[in-house]
Design a protein around this ligand. Structure first.
Ligand code: ADP
Ligand code: MG
Length: 361
């Protein structure tokens, strides 16, 4: 079975699991002191096994990527401490996958650098990869292997495997491991890639929109896995555009717009810093609220006004107090609203003014 690994096309396995570093796959597998069969590229770093070098799981410093004239990622500075679940949000084309490929050392940065547990993603990719597992949005796996054979193979490649957890995951994701990969639906292939990553119990899980193609029940299974990883002290870098997923799972959220990290923090911090939504219903025609400092009127509908308040709510309350309000609702923005404030409702970048207001507070 390991011969399979050594003879695979370059880069192929890297697309389904990050422990496989393209370009370092030649030569026979070696048997090591740990008892398992290791892929050849593990030799150099075996002595590092089990030792975490840094408490910072992911660190980037001015990380940038340019494709021709297009700057896809701009000077990303990011620190993800060990044990954190970070949501990395952005619409299609904002640079999430590019960031991840840079973190994995699969792309060379145009400027800056990235580290995984203190190991340089480019120069120390082997050491970095020993501590992480990666699930891409669409896993490419071997069509002629069964699910069980795929898990067996990936378990060997990873060098670590929690068998009891693997069996629990197969059951939880309701995967029939006896079928060949070519017979699996996209969702089933995705489940297989997720099981392979979680069963390794790696220090860092790098997940690139991993729930693409999963039905709602399986989304729940995925959430349980992330929660368990978190309780085990594993770090999770989760790129997503599913806001409810991020809201439910993540300790902190970063929002990427056109290759630039425009916001990062806990949801509580972000809500604090962002607009408060206020809805007021008046006895008669509503007053003009748009002139009040910090207030942006979103909608006027007969006697009802919906607005957003940046900063202190006091000036608005003063006006409302003398305006015959008979109903007043206020709430913190949802992640969806925070997100839309950066992008506009269409997913396209918001206007300069809206983007500015997102930065200001
Ligand atoms: N290999 C590449 N060559 C040229 N442009 C690329 C390449 N990979 C990604 N891009 C471009 O970089 C931008 C960001 O892409 P990506 O990181 O895949 O975004 P996301 O994962 O957020 O959808 C897109 O405009 C995409 O077309
Ligand atoms: Mg992507």
């Amino acid at each position: 079975m390991p011969g399979w690994v050594a003879s695979r096309p370059k880069g192929h396995l890297a697309n389904c699991h990050a422990r496989c570093t393209p370009g370092e796959s030649e030569g026979p597998p070696v048997r090591c002191g740990g008892g398992g069969v290791l892929p050849p590229w593990s030799r150099a770093s075996w002595r590092d096994e089990g030792r975490l070098v840094s408490e910072i799981a992911v660190r980037t410093d001015g990380l940038s990527k340019r494709f021709g004239a297009q700057e896809v990622l701009r000077a990303l500075d990011l620190e993800v401490p060990r044990g954190e679940v970070l949501g990395y949000l952005g619409p299609n084309g904002s640079g999430k996958t590019t960031t991840i490929r840079l973190l994995l050392g699969l792309l060379r940065p145009s400027a800056g650098r990235a580290e995984i547990f203190g190991f340089d993603s480019q120069r120390q990719a082997v050491e970095a990869h020993r501590r992480l597992a990666y699930v891409p949005g669409e896993a490419s796996l071997w069509p002629s292997l069964t699910g069980a054979e795929t898990l067996h193979l990936l378990g060997r490649v990873q060098g670590s495997l929690d068998r009891a957890y693997r069996d629990l995951l197969v059951e939880r994701f309701q995967l029939d491991p006896s079928k060949k990969v070519r017979a699996y639906s996209k969702g089933n292939r995705q489940k297989l890639a997720l099981i392979a990553a979680f069963m390794a119990r790696p220090d860092l899980l790098v997940l690139d929109e991993p729930t693409n193609g999963l039905d709602p029940l399986m989304e729940q299974a995925f959430r349980a896995c992330v929660a368990e990883a978190r309780s085990e002290g594993q770090t999770v870098f989760l790129s997503s555009h599913i806001l409810s997923e991020v809201e439910a799972l993540c300790d902190r959220v970063g929002i990427l717009r056109d290759g630039e990290l425009v916001e990062i923090g806990t949801l509580t911090e972000m809500r604090h810093l962002s607009a408060l939504s206020v809805e007021a219903t008046f006895d008669s025609a509503p007053p003009d609220l748009s002139r009040i400092p910090g207030v942006t009127v979103v909608e006027v509908d007969d006697h009802r006004v919906r607005c957003q308040v940046h900063g202190t709510v006091e000036p608005l309350l003063k006006v409302l107090a003398v305006s015959g309000v008979h109903e007043l609702l206020s709430r913190e923005p949802s992640l969806e609203e925070l997100f839309l404030a950066h992008y506009g409702a269409t997913g396209a970048p918001a206007t300069a003014a809206a983007a500015e207001s997102g930065h200001d507070h």
